[in-house]
Design a protein. Structure first.
Length: 165
């Protein structure tokens, strides 16, 4: 084994470490007097700081630019199920509880959707789970059936108080 590969002889690469700056230690250090802070202004004072993104009172960049994107409130609780996952399952009547029981989806899932990925050669009955058009065709071709997914009615919002009176 070479000497350079021993733990007691390891050292950082040449030029990768720099001595720390000792500011405010006299003219000879090169960082005396103003200690590298320049002359006057908020940033030269002790305690002179501002929030990240502050632009001196001007509307900051993160507020000038428009908001983008959207996060679906139920997206994180809905999971995808492949046809190949259904092929491996033992149950023939498949619903949300059957998928959770066989660990195809997580216990936290509130909904699932079957997608066309893989093959299905056995007869299954799907109920209470979303199905894509391609997956529905493949399930029916294998002799299975898909019950229509009943969506809950939307909650109607009340009109403003001024309109109710």
């Amino acid at each position: 084994m070479k000497d350079s590969l021993r733990l007691n002889s390891l050292s950082p690469a040449e030029g990768s470490k720099h001595p720390r700056k000792r500011v405010g230690r006299g003219i000879g250090s090169g960082l005396g007097k103003t200690a590298g802070r320049g002359h006057k202004g908020q940033k030269s004072r002790s305690g002179g700081f501002h929030k990240v993104g502050f632009e001196g009172g001007q509307m900051p960049m993160h507020r000038r630019l428009p908001k983008r994107g959207f996060t679906a409130p139920f997206g994180k609780f809905t999971e995808e199920v492949r046809l190949s996952d259904l092929e491996r399952m033992t149950a023939t009547d498949i619903d949300l509880l059957a998928l959770k029981a066989e660990k195809v989806i997580s216990e936290l899932a509130r909904g699932a959707k079957i997608i066309l990925s893989g093959t299905l050669s056995r007869k299954v009955s799907i109920q209470g789970v979303g199905v894509t058009a391609g997956a529905k065709a493949a399930i029916e071709q294998a002799g299975g059936r898909v019950a229509e997914l009943v969506k809950p009615e939307k909650v109607r919002k009340l009109p403003p108080k001024s309109a109710r009176a």
